[in-house]
Design a protein around this ligand. Sequence first.
Ligand code: COA
Length: 324
Amino acid sequence: MGAVILGTGSCLPRRVLTNQDLEEIVDTNDEWILSRTGISTRRKSSKGEETYRLATVAAENAMQMAGVTADEIDLIIVATISSHMTMPSCACFVQKELGANKAFAYDVNAACSGFLFGMDNADKYLRCEKGAKILLIGAETLSGRTNWEDRNTCILFGDGAGAVVMEYEDGARGIIGSNLRSDGSLWNLLYMHSAPSSNPDIFQADNPGSHIMMEGREVFKYAVKAMEGAVQELLERENVSISSVGLMIPHQANIRILKKLVSRIGIEEEKVFINVQKYGNTSAASIPIALDEANRAGRLQPDDLLLVCSFGGGFTWGAALLRW
Ligand code: COA
């Protein structure tokens, strides 16, 4: 019917950054962070834990579960906004590290929705190239894109990577459909500049550096409304009721956003996988990390309906339905 997931994997940096650690860096406290975001800890990369290295280990774990070797991979897609280089792509570094010699590789930039957008790309590619195998990865080291003096943002984000191996399968399993959206007119509510241009003729007086900038309250409002709309439209289009969903894996941005979303779409809380308390918001990595944890914990059984949804800078947002 569509693209199925053969294996999942993830990789988190070793170093744990607690709310108490953050109290040493900015004027904040554990109680404020926990009550506003639900986050207790996040991971922070150290030397040797660049985005492509986390991505590579996550990919190896997913390939091992799938029983697929690097030389069988035809396409590597990495969703990221924090590669250590702008060129080559993070995906090319992963391809090199794995020795996936026949694969072509590229990155997707859709911020926190990158994995979801990449999954849709992969599904549509596999419907045309039915024998292909795809490695889809979400990987971030947002610790390197964080303004550690800004308490509004530095408490939210974390590092990590998650991966899946996908192939096409006839039958009932696989991706049923997705509903993806963007609204570039709202870019300035959540953004991150590139390095300053070397062309002095291009105006950039307002370039504050390559840090995440955010209007938290506005983002909050849009995030809930946008994900709710994307999920409702998708369920309606695919003629699926929310009660038949076995597991929902939302982008792990913030517990308050998730709670509001869950109550608005009317899914039981125990069907929603949440690990934001441990890893914070890992942007494009959050869904595949959660998917790997859920899978390894036995939360997904054959035939289960999986609902995935996300929201991020752009704005970008959407939802996808998959039969496990
Ligand atoms: N510790 C303590 N106080 C903090 C703080 C921190 N880490 N960050 C902000 N504050 C203060 C503010 O300075 C402000 O103080 P003031 O009233 O004296 O000016 C007060 O807390 C309230 O700030 P506000 O920004 O209105 O808080 P909020 O209730 O909206 O919570 C967020 C802030 C960021 C947690 C919340 O807006 C949010 O979750 N937004 C969505 C963010 C997100 O998920 N982005 C990624 C989407 S993919």
